[in-house]
Design a protein around this ligand. Structure first.
Ligand SMILES: Nc1ncnc2c1ncn2[C@@H]1O[C@H](COP(=O)(O)OP(=O)(O)O)[C@@H](O)[C@H]1O
Ligand SMILES: Cc1cn([C@H]2C[C@H](O)[C@@H](COP(=O)(O)OP(=O)(O)O)O2)c(=O)[nH]c1=O
Length: 192
């Protein structure tokens, strides 16, 4: 089971991934928590470059492609082959939301650049919708304007796929949302 958590900065993705990981642990289900920027030393270097250089959206996609391909080969494919659950913080939809929505790279260019990598399709995407709950800015995107995040949110909304996405409004509080995610997994995935 390959689950991706998406949403704007500070909406609660890492907190909910930790919650779901504990839920799986209690049930003895083998899983990994991962992200392109957080898991491997190369990802941390890429994140550093992206956050500390003023880049165009196109340049950001080229940089993200490097770690995306490397992370697929070294983390995602081996975990999928081992039949482990994968809880991933952001994936390709972040590129659509931030580089196409936020930074306004035209659709055809995003498509061309992102199509250069073969992407494993997530079984489920959990889109967290709500405010940035972080009080202090963590990176360059945290400091972007309200308009920027409205465009990011609009692209997430446009790309919402009824087939295998679910969404929750995080403004109702962490506990309520975490219970709904657990309930969804218990009823729709663990039961089968
Ligand atoms: N629903 C919520 N309401 C208020 N604060 C929250 C909520 N979910 C998470 N938080 C807090 O918001 C901050 C950012 O959460 P985090 O999980 O790091 O977000 P992300 O991974 O999306 O950037 C953390 O301090 C977390 O404890
Ligand atoms: C994966 C990805 C992330 N990003 C941005 C979103 C975040 O602002 C930033 C860092 O990602 P991340 O470390 O996941 O930040 P956060 O915990 O705040 O959600 O990188 C893109 O712009 N495009 C992408 O494809």
């Amino acid at each position: 089971m390959f689950i991706v958590f998406e949403g704007i900065d500070g909406v609660g993705k890492s907190s909910h991934i930790r919650g779901v990981a504990n839920f799986l642990l209690e049930r003895g289900i083998q899983h990994i928590c991962t992200s392109e920027f957080g898991n491997l030393p190369l990802g941390k270097s890429v994140r550093n470059l992206m956050m500390n250089y003023d880049m165009t959206g196109e340049e950001e996609i080229l940089l993200i492609n490097l770690i995306r391909s490397y992370h697929i080969r070294n983390v995602l494919i081996p975990s999928i082959q081992a039949n482990h659950w994968i809880l991933m913080d952001r994936f390709i939809e972040s590129t659509w939301a931030y580089q196409h929505g936020g930074k306004q790279v035209p659709y055809n260019i995003v498509k061309k650049l992102t199509d250069s990598i073969k992407i494993p399709k997530p079984d489920l995407t959990i889109l967290l919708d709500g405010d940035n709950h972080r009080s202090v800015a963590k990176d360059k995107f945290d400091k972007e304007s309200k308009d920027f995040f409205n465009r990011v949110k609009a692209v997430y909304k446009d790309r919402f796929d009824q087939e295998n996405w679910i969404t929750y409004n995080t403004n109702i509080g962490y506990k309520a949302v975490q219970s709904m995610i657990r309930e969804y997994l218990a009823e729709n995935i663990l039961c089968c």
